[in-house]
Design a protein around this ligand. Sequence first.
Ligand SMILES: [Zn+2]
Length: 163
Amino acid sequence: MNGRVLVLNQNFEPLNVCPIRRAFVLVGDGKAEVVEPGAAVLHTSTRTFDCPSVIRLLYLIKRVHPIAKLTRKELFLRDNYTCQYCGKQPKELTIDHVIPRHCGGPHRWDNLVSACNSCRRRLECSPWKRRPSPTLVAITGCTNTCTGHTIPTGSSSSRMPIG
Ligand SMILES: [Zn+2]
């Protein structure tokens, strides 16, 4: 009776993997149902059972999904330490607001991307409207109401404090 069984929540969200013995107990107690039978068969003295490979709980286990804190480290991790404009992985990265803060761009996950220093310098010297869209991150919430602005050179308004 070796093997592992995938346990799904009532809403089919994967929960964990458990031993076959535990899966049999859950199904036998009426706490779970077999979603996908496995290839193995369990023989007892009187009966034969198909070993499940996936079971689903008949009740919902509420899980707390941790919310990632918006920090430089987490942002770089999300972007895989890659500049979202040129796709390079430089030694030094900075954070860029896709919609600049002075144009009303929020300091939120969906407006922040990792950028290398050369892309950031290039973007600071051009109106944000002409910025290329980051290719690796889906940006939402752009109202495109900010036109005709020029970004002051040397602006550091969109830099985040470390940590
Ligand atoms: Zn770049």
